[in-house]
Design a protein around this ligand. Structure first.
Ligand SMILES: [Zn+2]
Length: 112
């Protein structure tokens, strides 16, 4: 797994509290594998302190992939690639959560 230094760098800018080297030799890393509904495995390397997303788009076919091969995210409909609507649906619950969070914050601030 020493190879795979792909074209996409997933580093979050400005998240390193200690200004860690961008080279990656010093920062501890962990490889996380995501499986899509077609059985493809996409391995992503994250810094250990980075938040690992619950899903990742398969590099082979674009389907949503999850870290558990026995519980892969189910793509809506039959389209192999996610439609824009698919992304909206995927985000829906997260947005609902954000709305609740914002309401809670607003209450704390006394604006409701
Ligand atoms: Zn795939």
């Amino acid at each position: 797994m020493a190879q795979g230094r792909g074209g996409i760098r997933g580093a979050r800018i400005g998240s390193g509290p200690m200004g860690e080297s961008e080279r990656g030799e010093l920062a501890p890393r962990t490889a996380v594998s995501f499986w899509c509904g077609n059985g493809h495995r996409t391995q992503i390397t994250f810094a250990v302190e980075a938040a690992v997303p619950p899903t990742w788009d398969c590099r082979n076919c674009g389907l949503p992939a999850g870290p558990d091969p026995d519980d892969v995210p189910v793509a809506q409909g039959s389209a192999p690639y996610r439609t824009h609507l698919g992304y909206v649906r995927q985000r829906r619950s997260q947005e609902d959560g954000e709305i609740l969070l914002n309401e809670a914050l607003a209450k704390l601030r006394g604006t409701i």
